[in-house]
Design a protein around this ligand. Structure first.
Ligand code: FES
Length: 169
């Protein structure tokens, strides 16, 4: 079983110490929560916005983020984006837009390619990915990496430096 599938073990919701905040860890944005009973520190994570909004609209969608984190004694800011798709089971899949061939940033494909099932096309060597970030043509050896998601106070957070590799199934 691929590594990312095994991460679906997360299941039970957590409650904040005061019982007011519900904190969940969601593998790949799944609507399941962590068995880990410690609240997550989301201070250095990217907030992708309210889960209720992320679950609406057209998919796959591009979602921008800005994150502030500490690197040793220096506070750094980073901007980026992810692609989010809604799977058939209703769960969200959060993907890093980084080509798995040589690391180029991958934009959305044009409408003609989308009609053929190619939603993302790498500008460097024409690597192509479907709506779930699965590599379907060109040199990329595997799908887009994905993120584990943390839900806190209704917002969805990701740790932008902790990408999860997937193998093509
Ligand atoms: S870096 Fe994307 S196809 Fe080569």
């Amino acid at each position: 079983m691929p590594k990312w599938s095994r991460r679906k073990f997360l299941g039970n919701s957590l409650k904040g110490t005061a019982g007011l905040l519900t904190v969940s860890v969601l593998p790949l944005g799944l609507a399941a929560c962590s068995k880990d009973d410690k609240p997550k520190d989301v201070s250095s994570m990217a907030n992708l916005g309210p889960l209720s909004e992320l679950e609406r609209g057209e998919f796959p969608k591009k979602v921008n983020y800005k994150v502030t984190y500490k690197d040793a004694w220096v506070t750094q800011e980073e901007e980026g984006f992810v692609y989010i798709n809604k799977k058939k089971d209703g769960n969200l899949l959060i993907m890093a837009p980084i080509c798995t061939h040589l690391g180029c940033t991958v934009p959305e494909a044009d409408e003609t390619l989308k009609k053929e099932g190619v939603y993302f096309k790498c500008p460097c060597h024409d690597g192509q990915y479907d709506e779930n970030g699965i590599n379907v043509a060109g040199p990329p050896p595997r799908p887009f990496d994905v993120y584990e998601a943390v839900i806190q106070d209704g917002n969805l957070y990701i740790s932008v430096f902790d990408r999860i590799k997937r193998e093509k199934s």
